[in-house]
Every structure is written in C-alpha cells, then in structure tokens.
Design a protein around this ligand. Structure first.
Ligand SMILES: [Zn+2]
Length: 298
C-alpha cells in the first residue's frame, strides 16, 4: 500500500517539481472512513498536497500539519505529514456527496464553503512556523497556492485531483507542484505558464498513464529527477499516547466517566484503532492527576 513521490529540478534549478501518485492511499481512506465521493475527493486532494509538503521537509524529525476549516458540510480536514514520507489524516464528515449543479463535478468547494487553512511546520525543537490564510475557492489546490504565495513567498502552481468511480472507489489521484525558486527569470515564468495552460487535469493524466515519473519527465526538456520515494499512509498512535490524551481531560469529566461508565473506549481519529481503558486504568490516571495537582499547590 505505497504510493510514489517524485522530486525533480528543471531550468538550471530555477524550477522545482514535485509530483505524487496517491491512488493507494486515497483508496485506503475510502475503506477506512467509508468516504462518500465528495468527502473522498476533498480528503484525497488534501493528503496529495500533504505528501508533497512532507517531501519538502529536510531533517528526519521534521513534520508538517495542516488544518482546513470550512463553514459547510465538511467542517474540518486535518493531516500530519512527516519527512520520512508517511502521513495521517482525518475528516469531520466522511459522508458527503455534493455535485456541482452546473459542472456536474464533485463540488468540493461547495461542500467546504468559506474558511481558513492553517499550516504548522514542526522543524525540530527550536523552530516552529505557523501560518493561516483565508480559503479562496475552497477547492483545496487553489488554497494551498495562496498559502505558498502569502506565507512562504514562493510562486507555486498546484494541480491536484481525485477521480472517483461510480462504485465509490478511486480511479486515480495525485498532485503536481511546480515552484519557481529564488533566482528564476522571466523565461522560467513564461515556460511554467505555457506548461500549465496545456496540462490536462492530473487525475486524467494519471488515469491514462499511472506513472508519475514519466509525467514529471515530460514536463520540461531538461527535467532532472532528484529522488523518487515511496510514501504511505501510516498512523503513529499508541496506548501510551492515548493514555496521555485521556490524562489531559478535566478532572470533573474524568470523575464523571469513572462514576458513570467505569471504563473508556477511545478510537483514534486517524486510523480508527480502538483503545480500551479499564476502571483500574482510569483510577490510576485520576491518582496521577491528583498527585500533579498536589505538587502544584505545595
Ligand atoms: Zn491511530
């Protein structure tokens, strides 16, 4: 269950290209979350760009998280992408089917509505970089283009797409990102504009020829591939991590759970793994919280 990410340069390094094929990951999410078509398109586009942003990270411990908040049926999309090529994500409403009345296409922009896109880069312990932009079209690709232009001052073109079959499975999915690097000139800009004008939607290209490497090679005469790597959907949850999350809830709420439920079932929002906490576990967490509280008072 792996997809392929390609990194390349062209025009003497003035143009950076990244592309990813995400069919396997998006189909995995369709099954995992029982995604309906518009939710699948939204989350699929979101993680396709997520893999690319993960690919832009350098050091091993770096990660990037993005949260898109909307005003309509899809209220929230969240993802965390790591520099090792793994990614996890979740969607607030997996059961959205909304078709645009005029185009007849899946209406991701309509399902999200107005809102914001927030990106946090975790660059090791010392540096954190957070930025929020208003959504423009809410079609996701455009919104990340806005993010790159305003928050990173990097002219970026993004083509992202998910083609959903009649039966709800994904036929093709992926993203292409072309960036102008510092030092680019007018000729580079014209070349990128020319390519984008003539480019078919990425989901169409990947449907016809699923190979993302040949897609990148055909873009520019002098494309040089820097790296191809496997990327995959992977959650990093654990009993310990869930226990820590549980220990952060209010003491009042914890006491309520102990009194009324005498146990707790927690489902990971990224992989749906179930974690069970017994009454003893809960009492132990309560004891630990009380100890911390005492420590603060004295
Ligand atoms: Zn998980």
């Amino acid at each position: 269950m792996t997809d392929i990410l390609v990194k390349a340069l062209a025009h003497q390094g003035n143009i950076r290209i990244m592309a990813v094929n995400t069919k396997e990951s998006v189909n995995h999410l369709v099954t995992l979350f029982d995604l309906y078509p518009t939710s699948a398109a939204a989350l699929g586009r979101f993680i396709s760009i997520g893999y690319i942003m993960g690919g832009m990270l350098k050091a091993k411990e770096e990660s990037i998280s993005a949260t898109l908040k909307g005003s309509n049926e899809i209220k929230q999309l969240v993802m965390v992408a790591r520099s090792d090529g793994t990614l996890k994500a979740t969607i607030s409403n997996p059961h959205v089917t909304m078709v645009h009345p005029i185009t007849g296409k899946l209406d991701v922009g309509g399902a999200i509505g107005e809102g914001t896109l927030s990106v946090v880069k975790n660059l090791g312990l010392k540096h954190n970089f957070a930025s929020t932009v208003d959504l423009t079209t809410s079609e996701i690709g455009d919104d990340f283009t806005t993010y790159f232009a305003t928050s990173e001052q990097t002219p970026t073109a993004i083509s992202v797409g998910v083609l959903v079959n009649e039966d709800g499975t994904v036929e093709s999915a992926g993203a292409l990102c072309i960036q102008l690097m510092p030092g680019h000139d007018e000729a580079d800009i014209l070349m990128v504009e020319h390519i984008l004008e003539n480019l078919k939607p990425i989901s169409t290209i990947l449907k016809e020829d699923g190979d993302v490497i040949s897609l990148v090679k055909m873009l520019f005469d002098d494309t040089s591939i820097l790296e191809t790597k496997e990327v995959k959907y992977e959650c990093d949850c654990s009993y310990e991590r869930m226990r820590k999350g549980l220990s952060l809830i209010d003491m009042v709420d914890l006491k309520d759970i102990i009194r009324e439920d005498q146990e707790a079932h927690i489902e990971c929002q990224f992989c749906r793994e179930q974690y069970h906490f017994t009454l003893d576990d809960l009492l132990e967490i309560k004891k630990e919280k009380e100890a911390v509280h005492e420590h603060r008072i004295h």
